[in-house]
Design a protein around this ligand. Structure first.
Ligand code: COA
Length: 370
């Protein structure tokens, strides 16, 4: 029994969970898996080509394409925000899964560029009309979507929730230094989402996962709070809120990715006994084509089984994995039952991997909106 806050007062009886409330624990069932049953994505309208960047910084289409594989990136314009992109992507995932907004128990928004530092997920919840859902943000940079997917899967496996929308959305165009050619050419804006549903253990879509963090290498890639002070009164001052633009040690991040991503995927394959040859797709965070190629080489994955849309969208941070998934599901490359090795990596430093099985119903594919 907890101590009463007011001495002598009787503590209020613990509220009884109602089966209609999202946080109600379901009675133990065989629903100990999480199936990926829907996906969606959204992109800003404006597409900025490498050639158009030449007007901004000293670069060239040849340099950007040969070092990164990037040809263009989307940049959010007036009225396009993390909220609007995330809501559009999540709405499409909801429609794909055949759910109503009121069916959703949990909305997890992975983002490093929120519209509101207090949380952007509740704005997405309101835009969707998913009134029963609890909604909160999760920040792990470019690993954010994978971390959020794994987190949501734990709620479903434990029986706490039945249906979750997991969204990766970022608008890093707000935070790049448009005068720094080493970073501004890399990033773009976008959103992607997956609908995750509790299912029997045998149908689990998150077969295995690993998550890692190494804060000792945080300085390799930052979007950090600035250090400006504002005098208050007497000897007191307060820090002024505001973030410095993205700073990156590109070579260190590259070395980190080509070392850690193969290691985490190899650990997952060893753990599950699945051979690389049995994977249908390699779905990595889209940061650099050379990183995708290096990881694919390590597992002898042929290029046609390595998903990449870097040429069109660049690095959209938390959005890249669900954006790519949605594209490949809707164009029919990813089919129900396909086995996908996925890895997210980036600032933190953070990285992780998951072996996923896509279970969305193909019949909905053609009807779903983009
Ligand atoms: N256009 C033209 N030249 C550029 C340029 C650009 N956009 N950006 C950098 N350069 C120049 C540099 O100034 C440098 O010139 P210098 O030798 O005269 O100083 C030269 O190109 C080489 O720079 P370097 O940083 O060594 O290039 P690189 O081969 O390491 O490629 C990255 C740079 C960023 C493409 C590469 O390091 C990378 O992809 N790193 C991983 C980044 C990443 O994935 N980040 C996100 C993780 S989530």
């Amino acid at each position: 029994m907890p101590e009463p806050l007011v001495p002598g007062a009787q503590p209020a009886p613990a509220p009884q969970p109602s089966p209609d409330e999202p946080s109600a624990l379901l009675s133990p069932t065989s629903l100990q898996g999480a199936a990926l049953v829907g996906c969606g994505s959204a992109l800003p309208v404006a597409s900025l080509s490498n050639g158009e960047l030449i007007g901004l910084v000293d670069t060239s289409d040849e340099w950007i394409r040969s070092r990164t594989g990037i040809g263009a990136r989307r940049v959010a314009g007036p009225g396009e925000t993390v909220t609007s992109l995330a809501a559009e992507a999540a709405g499409a995932a909801l429609a794909y899964a055949g759910w109503l907004p009121a069916d959703v128990d949990l909305i997890l928004l992975a983002t490093s560029s929120p519209d509101d530092l207090f949380g952007t997920a509740p704005r997405v919840q309101a835009a969707l009309g998913a009134n029963r859902a609890v909604a909160f943000d999760l920040t792990a940079a470019c690993s954010g979507f994978l971390f959020a997917l794994i987190t949501a899967a734990q709620y479903l496996r434990s029986g706490s929730f039945r249906r979750a929308l997991v969204i990766g959305a970022d608008q890093l165009s707000r935070w790049v230094d448009w005068e720094d050619r080493r970073t501004c050419v890399l990033f773009g804006d976008g959103a992607g989402a997956v609908a995750l549903q509790a299912c029997e253990a045998a149908a689990d879509g998150v077969l295995a996962f690993r998550m890692h963090s190494d804060g000792s290498r945080n300085a390799c890639l930052t979007l950090a709070q600035g250090e400006q002070q504002r005098p208050l009164v007497g000897q007191y001052s307060a820090q002024v809120g505001g973030f410095s633009p993205i700073r990156m040690n590109g070579q260190e991040v590259y070395k980190f990715a080509v070392r850690e991503v193969p290691a985490v995927l190899a650990a997952l394959l060893a753990h599950t006994g699945i051979a690389a040859a049995d994977l249908d797709w390699l779905l990595l965070h889209q940061a650099n084509q050379r990183i995708l190629d290096a990881v694919a080489d390590r597992f002898a994955m042929p290029p046609e089984r390595v998903l990449s849309n870097l040429a069109s969208y660049g690095n959209t941070s938390a959005a890249t994995i669900p954006l790519m998934l949605d594209e490949a599901v809707r164009d029919g490359r990813i089919q129900p039952g396909h086995l996908i090795a996925s890895s997210g990596f980036g600032a933190g430093l953070s990285w992780g991997g998951a072996l996923l099985r896509w279970q969305g119903r193909p019949g909905l594919r053609m009807n779903a909106t983009a």
